[in-house]
Write a protein of this length. Structure first.
Length: 106
């Protein structure tokens, strides 16, 4: 659980434990959001350590970071692909509307 303390730029400083390491995190996000981030990182580090019991803690952190970066890149690719599809469909609909809308002469 994170504990906030305010600073002068509308951000709070949270005392958290990420993968067992005590850290101070400065964020403009709510405590629940920071807690969710910590939980995600903790889970990824645990997964990396379970996958290879001889992996060092530092390597588990790097593997967790790579796994999170992979998820981010894949999500971005999916997002941009879907946005392109929405844009294409929107253009098609607008073209169809232009075809059926009577033209008003000035």
């Amino acid at each position: 659980m994170s504990t906030p303390a305010s600073d002068s730029v509308n951000r709070s400083v949270y005392n958290v434990q990420v993968a067992g390491l005590p850290l101070k995190v400065r964020s403009s996000h709510e405590s629940a959001f920071v807690d969710e981030l910590v939980q995600i990182v903790d889970q990824k580090v645990e997964e990396a350590m379970r996958a290879n019991v001889t992996v060092s803690f530092q390597n588990a952190l790097v593997l967790a970071s790579l796994n999170l970066a992979e998820e981010l890149v894949l999500l971005r690719q999916t997002l941009f692909r879907e946005l392109d599809q929405v844009e294409t469909q929107s253009r098609e609909i607008l073209n169809q509307l232009d075809d059926v809308t009577p033209k008003i002469e000035a």
